[in-house]
Write a protein that binds this ligand. Structure first.
Ligand code: PHE
Ligand code: FE
Length: 283
C-alpha cells in the first residue's frame, strides 16, 4: 500500500497516474487474468464475505480478460462513485491518500507472469482489481475507504502514518469477518491469494483475534509471508463506527510510547477466536 518511492517515472502524471492502455495487453496477459479469476471464483464461495461476492459481478465485463478500466469505471461510478486509476507501481503516501480521499483507487497496470503466479513482490492488477474492487462497490466499505484516505492526510500531519498503515493492513488487506456460520475472509491480500484464502481460515498456525483498534495500531506485520495474526471484525458497519466516527488524534497521542506488539504475539486483553500454533511460521 503506502510505500515511498522518490522518483516519479517520466510517463506518470503529477498525481502518479498513467494510462491503462488496455489495447496493449497481450493474449497471454489476458489469459493469466482469466485463469486467476476462474481459480479464485471457484475457491471463494463459502469462504468470503457475502458482500465481496455481491460486488464481484462488477468485474464481469462485456469482454473477457483484464478489465478495461473505462468500462469498469462506468459501473463502479454508478455503484458507489469510485474509480480505478492506473499507476506504475507503489506511490508516495500523499498521492495514495489523496486518491482515496477522492474515491480513486490506484491499481498497478501490469499482471504477474507464470513464474510469479503465487508469489509477487509488488501488487499487480489482479491483486489490486480482483482483490479490492468488489468491496469498493459496497456502499459501507466504499465510505470506509474514502474516510481512510482523509484519515491518512490527517495522520501525516500528526506523525502517525505507521499506526494508520497497520489499520489498513489488518482490515483492507488481511481482514476477517465474523459470519453467521463462522469466519469469512474479506481482505484483498487474502481474497486475491489462492493459498492464503485457505490458510487464513483453515490453518491452525495463525492467531485469529477480535478486532480492537488500539491493539491493531500497536501490532507489527509481516510483508513477506502469510500473516501470523488476523483480526476479526463483526461487520463493516461496526468497522465504520469504530473508525470514521472516531477522532484518532487523542488515540495517536495516547499511543505515543506504547510498546509494539509482535506479529505473532498474544496479549492478555485479546479476545481469541483461535490461539495460533505458529507451526507454519516456525517450520
Ligand atoms: N476518524 C479517523 C481520524 O480521526 C479517520 C479514519 C477514518 C481513519 C476511517 C481510518 C478509517 O483520523
Ligand atoms: Fe492491496
Amino acid at each position: 500500500m503506502t510505500h515511498y518511492t522518490t522518483v516519479r517515472p517520466p510517463q506518470a502524471a503529477p498525481d502518479w497516474t498513467i494510462p491503462q492502455d488496455w489495447e496493449s495487453y497481450s493474449a497471454d496477459e489476458h489469459a493469466m487474468w482469466d485463469h486467476l479469476f476462474e481459480r479464485q471464483t471457484r475457491l471463494l464461495p463459502g469462504r468470503v464475505a457475502p458482500a465481496f461476492l455481491e460486488g464481484l459481478d462488477i468485474l464481469r465485463l462485456s469482454k473477457p480478460g483484464i478489465p478495461d478500466f473505462a468500462e469498469l469505471n462506468a459501473r463502479l461510478m454508478d455503484a458507489t462513485g469510485w474509480q480505478v486509476v492506473a499507476v506504475p507501481g507503489l506511490v508516495p503516501d500523499a498521492a495514495f491518500f489523496d486518491h482515496l480521499a477522492n474515491r480513486r483507487f490506484v491499481a498497478g497496470r501490469f499482471i504477474r507472469t507464470p513464474e510469479q503466479i503465487d508469489y509477487l513482490e509488488e501488487p499487480d492488477i489482479f491483486h489490486d482489481v480482483f482483490g479490492h474492487v468488489p468491496l469498493l462497490a459496497n456502499p459501507v466499505f466504499a465510505d470506509y475507504m474514502e474516510a481512510y484516505g482523509r484519515g491518512g492526510q490527517r495522520a501525516g500531519e500528526l506523525g502517525a502514518i505507521e499506526r494508520l498503515a497497520r489499520l489498513y493492513w489488518y482490515t483492507v488487506e488481511f481482514g476477517l469477518l465474523r459470519g453467521a456460520n463462522g469466519l469469512q475472509i474479506y481482505g484483498a491480500g487474502i481474497v486475491s491469494s489462492f493459498s492464503e484464502s485457505v490458510f487464513a481460515l483453515d490453518d491452525p498456525s495463525p492467531n485469529r483475534i477480535a478486532f480492537d483498534l488500539r491493539r491493531v495500531m500497536r501490532t507489527l506485520y509481516r510483508i513477506d509471508d502469510f500473516q501470523q495474526t488476523y483480526f476479526v471484525i463483526d461487520s463493516f458497519e461496526d468497522l465504520l463506527r469504530q473508525t470514521v466516527e472516531n477522532d484518532f488524534a487523542p488515540l495517536y497521542r495516547a499511543l505515543l510510547g506504547a510498546q509494539d506488539i509482535g506479529a505473532a504475539e498474544i496479549v492478555d486483553s485479546d479476545r481469541l477466536d483461535h490461539r495460533g500454533t505458529q507451526a507454519y511460521a516456525h517450520a
